[in-house]
Design a protein around this ligand. Structure first.
Ligand code: SR1
Ligand code: MG
Length: 416
């Protein structure tokens, strides 16, 4: 039966699990249990014993950020567990190991990622992560390609869609908070007032933007291309200088690939614009910002390269039957089609990145990249630059046909 496990109850529960008891070591009474969840939805505990540590995540029956007035199904813990298991097969070493899962308690125990930190915090501090682009592009290329019709039979793919179809309450959060609320009057919207009052009003009146974001919403709702992480922002990524782990796939479902890739790019671009409002070691601001934009380019370019490599090597899914592309002429035509596919995916990615940016500035859930800029005027300046880029990316789509178009537009807006 479900019950919320606070410290004492969690200690008793874990003490009853022999493998975890051994892993933690020592007397359960001496285990240090700390609630560290700083996300919007769940409880997260770190438990440390004489021998080792673990992370415990329990879903609450409501949205933590808002409270009991906003109920949310516990089943999201099931989908998160399912996604973590699939991602571990497809991208080994890039997600935390699951040590235990209890469906009824909506509780999952994972290896403790130490000394990893949430990437967003590192970016706010101006830290560069040299291995990040390589790791995140491997994660995305493998999880997205391998769960798509390019790799699977139609039956396998449809089984996959069915397995995640029940996670619609989490999809609904995205549909409302990302694709709808920032563009209308909604009780939970907030922004840096009074500086962004005018920009907020202009978003509500911008029909070109409303059409663009509604097209993206439709794509999100009606394009089950692959198994998405579904919330791939830099708060869902833990890093050290040399390691990357993707956590928190509770929003997982079959959707458009560009939504995950766009999430990564949006969060890098927000880190870029937020940098102007944060302290940096002397002389390091410019280097950090240059690195972030280099990462934006590398994430798209490496992702596209790895995705295409997988397609060429393992493209045995039902979507492009091998028998239709026989011989040299077939191979050349299929390769041209692959390039066209990546171009469409790029366009989706740019649009989703824009939507993910605007929601963090005008919607309910903001991010510390901007929120930790104490001076409201400075914060608003950084946010307005990001919004200006995002609006262009969503509406002026013809101006963004390559990733360099995005970084060069970002660079031009840096001092706007
Ligand atoms: C009410 S949940 C708000 C946001 O938190 C999660 O991290 C997702 O990004 C969601 O949109
Ligand atoms: Mg999360």
């Amino acid at each position: 039966d479900y019950r919320i496990l606070h410290e004492a109850a969690l200690r008793d529960y874990l003490a009853g699990l022999p493998d975890l008891k051994v892993r933690l070591g020592g007397d359960p009474a001496s285990w240090a249990i700390t609630e560290v969840g700083d996300g919007n939805l769940n409880l997260v505990f770190i438990v440390k014993g004489a021998r080792g540590g673990i992370a415990v995540k329990q879903a609450l029956p409501y949205v933590r950020l808002v409270g009991e007035s906003w109920p949310l199904p516990l089943s999201r813990a099931h989908y998160e567990y399912l996604a973590l298991s699939r991602q571990a097969q497809l991208a080994p070493g890039l997600v935390p190991a699951v040590l235990h899962h209890n469906e009824a308690l909506a509780l999952t125990v994972m290896e403790l990622l130490e000394p990893h930190i949430i990437m967003r915090k590192g970016l706010v501090a101006g830290t560069q992560y040299p291995g990040f682009a390589g790791d995140i592009t491997t994660f995305m290329a493998r999880t997205l390609f391998s769960t798509s019709d390019l790799a699977l039979s139609a039956a396998e793919k449809k089984e996959g869609i069915a397995a995640f179809a029940g996670n619609h309450a989490l999809c609904k959060i995205t549909e409302d908070l990302i694709f709808t609320d920032p563009y209308r009057i909604a009780e939970q919207n907030r922004w840096t007032a009074p500086y962004l009052d005018g920009l907020a009003a202009s978003l509500r009146d911008d029909m070109d933007l409303h059409v663009a974001v509604s097209r993206l919403k439709l794509k999100f709702m009606a394009s089950p291309e692959a198994l998405l992480h579904g919330d791939l922002h830099t708060g869902s990524i833990m890093v050290t200088a040399s390691q990357t782990r993707v956590i928190d796939p509770e929003f997982a479902f079959y959707g458009p690939m560009g939504f995950d890739v766009g999430a990564v790019l949006a969060n890098l671009l927000m880190a870029y614009f937020a940098s102007a409002g944060h302290e940096h070691a002397p002389g390091e601001r410019a280097a950090f910002e240059a690195w972030v934009l280099e990462m934006v380019e590398k994430v798209w370019n490496e992702f596209a390269r790895k995705f295409l490599e997988l397609w060429r090597a393992q493209g045995t899914g039902d979507a492009y039957p091998v028998s239709l592309f026989a011989g040299e002429r077939g191979a050349a035509r299929l390769e041209a089609e692959r390039q066209a596919y990546m171009q469409r995916l790029f366009t989706d990615t740019v649009g989703f990145a824009a939507a993910k940016t605007i929601r963090r500035i005008f919607g309910l859930a903001h991010n510390i990249d901007f929120e930790l800029i104490e001076d409201a005027k400075k914060r608003a300046i950084s946010e307005a630059r990001a919004v200006r880029l995002a609006r262009a990316m969503m509406v002026e789509t013809a101006a963004f046909s390559a990733i360099a178009d995005v970084t060069s537009a970002a660079r031009k807006l840096r001092n706007w």
